[in-house]
Design a protein around this ligand. Structure first.
Ligand code: 5GP
Ligand code: ZN
Length: 114
């Protein structure tokens, strides 16, 4: 176990329903889904948030978005659309300080967000 929940999920020491797994990226169902489809995509490497990304993360960032888009297609929500969100810091509501993309869809999304 580490001191990071999502590092532990990536390592398999905390259980999650994984939908995507490669050497660099893991995708798993959010434990508290906010929409019919709500999956989190994380780099295996611990990166605290999008604010910590550097040029070295280019490949993994492309894989995170591509994996989310592929899952949206597999889940049947790609044609109607979906949202990919990453929260950074307290005002945005970031609660887990390991970079994650939320893929949410399967219902009409509102804008502006809450
Ligand atoms: P944040 O608020 O940091 O943007 O998003 C964290 C997300 O992680 C939340 O949507 C929350 O439901 C999810 N989450 C928190 N703990 C767990 C857990 O133990 N397992 C899974 N699968 N998701 C979690
Ligand atoms: Zn971590």
């Amino acid at each position: 176990m580490s001191d990071c929940l999502f590092c532990d999920i990536a390592a398999g020491s905390i259980a999650a329903t994984k939908v995507y797994e490669t050497d660099a990226v893991v995708g798993f169902e959010d434990i508290n889904p906010q929409a019919p489809v709500h999956v989190l995509f994380i780099p295996r490497e611990h990166v605290a948030s999008a604010a910590e990304l550097s040029d070295a993360h280019g490949d993994v960032l492309v894989e995170l978005f591509a994996a989310a888009a592929a899952h949206a297609r597999e889940a049947g929500i790609a044609d109607r659309g979906y949202r990919i969100v990453t929260n950074v810091g307290d005002d945005a509501g970031q609660t887990v300080h390991h970079l994650h993309l939320h893929l949410v869809g399967g219902r009409q999304m509102m804008w502006p967000p809450g």
